[in-house]
Design a protein around this ligand. Structure first.
Ligand code: NAG
Ligand code: NAG
Ligand code: NAG
Ligand code: NAG
Ligand code: NAG
Ligand code: NAG
Ligand code: NAG
Ligand code: NAG
Ligand code: NAG
Ligand code: NAG
Ligand code: CU
Length: 522
């Protein structure tokens, strides 16, 4: 087993010694749900949206049994789980879950057990369906790896399931209908509403009670904010309170205090809020942008919010007007201002890649260097185990790059012509943000690390190390764009994979079972 974790070896040994197994069962079921007051059939974990919290401690072994009990023929019946941002060691990569990269999807009535040794990673993560655009139908939930020796423990008093803040865009129609519309027109679907911890309102809809974040005066709260959206970008703020960012995507950053924060799909931040204002109700504002609002009259960015309620305050809405927050929700791009707790210089790159993004006008087709990714029938990992070793062993549409092992790779996204912000997400590894879209500065001395970064009109450059032998999916986390081809695979250490990866029969059976499914059960 290779260690990919750059922390003190003594700590790692200590946590391995204490490692325990955390077992979770997720029943993937269709359920009638109404996050924004509109009742629809959804794809859920254990019948709820968002799904249940998966939590573990540093060093634990996480065992997640997934039972696919989907029956609704209007949506995808198969499923594939991604534990977003969680690394796995090489021997376990076949349990990493990415459909057609590391495994085939899980067909209806089938079960699969993912076994994830958590190593030394800690922080805020989430899980979601990785298959097609299925998570639009609801299959998303939070995941936290707590650190009993968190170096920032002195900065907050409360960090539990009540301090998880999940932001999501919500869609009243099925992902299958929305995708058909996208493919026919090239217009990315526009969400009806936004939800905070699974609760929201849409314009013209019922007055669903606002979600509440409860605090006690005088205490400090570590809110773990997760952007689970499939498209929308949120800007969060609390009336009358600033807050301090301490974590981005599972990486600790030096405390940075601000009053608003932009979060893209797939990104997570821990922020510490000091409940030091007068006992009352305050608005938590989470306006979003995502497409031309006029194209969906349900959409009203003002209606994604929650109540920050101090104990002792009356149980009613805040008296203050509902705003979009400071600067009307247009600020919050602080990425370039963040510094890592433990600075690391990435080192010179051995390979430089440049990815020019483009869209085919009027079609649901996105390209990187003129290639639109198509999932292969045989997952990348299966091909590697069968001997694939060079780029020529993969079809061009697999957009698979064979990279040297134990090297630094630089990926440069030149300024894009469209003004989309694409949250690019790398599986299995974090990258340094050498140049953030939010600044012109190139930082090769102490850049932050994260696993999801904005790629947009100002250009973005990242570097990562290929110390982890695996085919790592690298894709836009706007799942409509991923589905439209904005994806690639960064593969390295192929001989090591062949030497170390020995999948079990349960995994082997996934493709055999999936490949004989009729289309409506895939
Ligand atoms: C799944 O199991 C149920 C109940 O046993 C059965 O009725 C159904 O036909 C099965 N579906 C598939 C796709 O195998
Ligand atoms: C979903 O989309 C289909 C196809 O466009 C449409 O017929 C249907 O009315 C939509 N349903 C909802 C709830 O918007
Ligand atoms: C979540 O991500 C989406 C897509 O990048 C973005 O539009 C939205 O503003 C983000 N939400 C938050 C709260 O940052
Ligand atoms: C959005 O909701 C707010 C709060 O209810 C309301 O004041 C505003 O008029 C709504 N916007 C639109 C465009 O309807
Ligand atoms: C926010 O919007 C309001 C109403 O449209 C406007 O009066 C105000 O100037 C805006 N403030 C900022 C900082 O953009
Ligand atoms: C990659 O680009 C960097 C500058 O960003 C340069 O210093 C380095 O020499 C380049 N490496 C290769 C292999 O071209
Ligand atoms: C993509 O195709 C266009 C038009 O054919 C061409 O001008 C451009 O150089 C190509 N870009 C890349 C990165 O191959
Ligand atoms: C795979 O490619 C690497 C170079 O990238 C080479 O060193 C190795 O020998 C190849 N393995 C096989 C089995 O051909
Ligand atoms: C292989 O790539 C070509 C384009 O280079 C594409 O037309 C074809 O559909 C791809 N085949 C598969 C099986 O993905
Ligand atoms: C990226 O930069 C462009 C140009 O400054 C800006 O319009 C866009 O909002 C930025 N995107 C993000 C997500 O910061
Ligand atoms: Cu995108």
């Amino acid at each position: 087993m290779k260690s990919i974790f750059p922390y003190a070896p003594l700590l790692a040994i200590a946590s391995v010694a204490l490692a325990k197994t955390e077992s979770v069962t997720l029943d993937i079921v269709n359920a009638q749900i109404a996050p924004d007051g509109f009742v629809r059939s959804g794809v859920t974990a254990n019948g709820i949206y968002p799904g249940p919290l998966i939590s573990a401690n540093k060093g634990d072994r996480l065992v997640v049994k997934v039972n696919n009990k989907l029956t609704d023929h209007t949506m995808r019946r198969s499923v594939a789980m991604d534990f977003d941002g969680v690394f796995v060691d090489t021997a376990s990569i076949y349990d990493e879950g990415t459909d057609f990269v590391t495994a085939c999807p899980l067909g209806p009535n089938m079960s699969y057990t993912y076994e994830l040794p958590l190593g030394t990673q800690t922080g805020t993560f989430w899980y979601h369906s990785q298959l097609g655009v299925q998570y639009v139908d609801g299959l998303r939930g939070p995941m936290v790896i707590y650190d009993p020796q968190d170096p920032y423990r002195h900065l907050y008093d409360v960090d539990d399931s009540s301090t998880i803040v999940q932001l999501g865009d919500w869609w009243q129609n099925t992902s299958t209908s929305l995708l058909a519309g996208y493919e026919a027109t090239g217009v990315v679907p526009i969400s009806d509403s936004g939800t905070v911890n699974g609760v929201g309102r849409y314009q013209g809809g019922p007055e669903v009670p606002w979600p509440v974040l409860n605090v006690v005066h005088g205490k400090r709260y570590r809110f773990r904010v997760i952007n689970q959206s499939a498209r929308n970008i949120f800007t969060i703020s609390f009336d009358k309170h600033d807050f301090t960012i301490i974590e981005a995507d599972g990486e600790l950053v030096k405390p940075f205090t601000t009053d608003e924060l932009l979060i893209l799909a797939g990104q997570r931040y821990s922020i510490v809020l000091n409940a030091n204002q007068k006992i009352a109700n305050y608005w938590f504002n989470a306006p979003f942008v995502g497409g031309v609002p006029a194209r969906n009259l349900h959409q009203n960015a003002t209606l994604t919010r929650a109540i920050l309620r101090y104990a002792g305050a009356p149980k009613r809405d805040p008296m203050a007007p509902m705003t979009l927050g400071p600067l009307n929700g247009t600020g919050g791009t602080v990425e370039h201002l963040l510094a890592p707790l433990v600075p690391e210089a990435p080192g010179e790159s051995a390979v430089n890649l440049t990815f020019q993004l483009s869209v085919v006008a009027g079609q649901a087709v996105w390209q990187m260097n003129n290639i639109s990714y198509l999932p292969p029938e045989t997952p990348t990992l299966v091909k590697i185990l069968d001997g694939a070793n060079t780029t020529a062993d993969f079809n061009a549409t697999e957009n698979t790059f064979i990279l040297p092992a134990n090297s630094v790779i630089q990926v440069d996204f030149p300024p894009s012509e469209d003004d989309e912000s694409h949250p690019f997400h790398l599986h299995g590894n974090n990258f340094w943000v050498i140049k953030s879209n939010s600044s012109d500065v190139v930082n090769t001395v102490n850049p932050i690390k994260r696993d999801t970064v904005a790629v947009g009109a100002a250009g973005t450059t990242i570097r990562f190390r290929t110390d982890q032998p695996m085919p790592a999916f690298f894709h836009c986390h706007i799942f409509w764009h991923k589905q439209a081809g904005l994806a690639s695979v960064m593969a390295s250490g192929l001989d090591d994979i062949r030497a170390e990866v020995h999948p079990d029969a349960e995994w082997e059976n996934l493709c055999a079972a999936y490949n004989v499914l009729p289309e409506d059960e895939q």
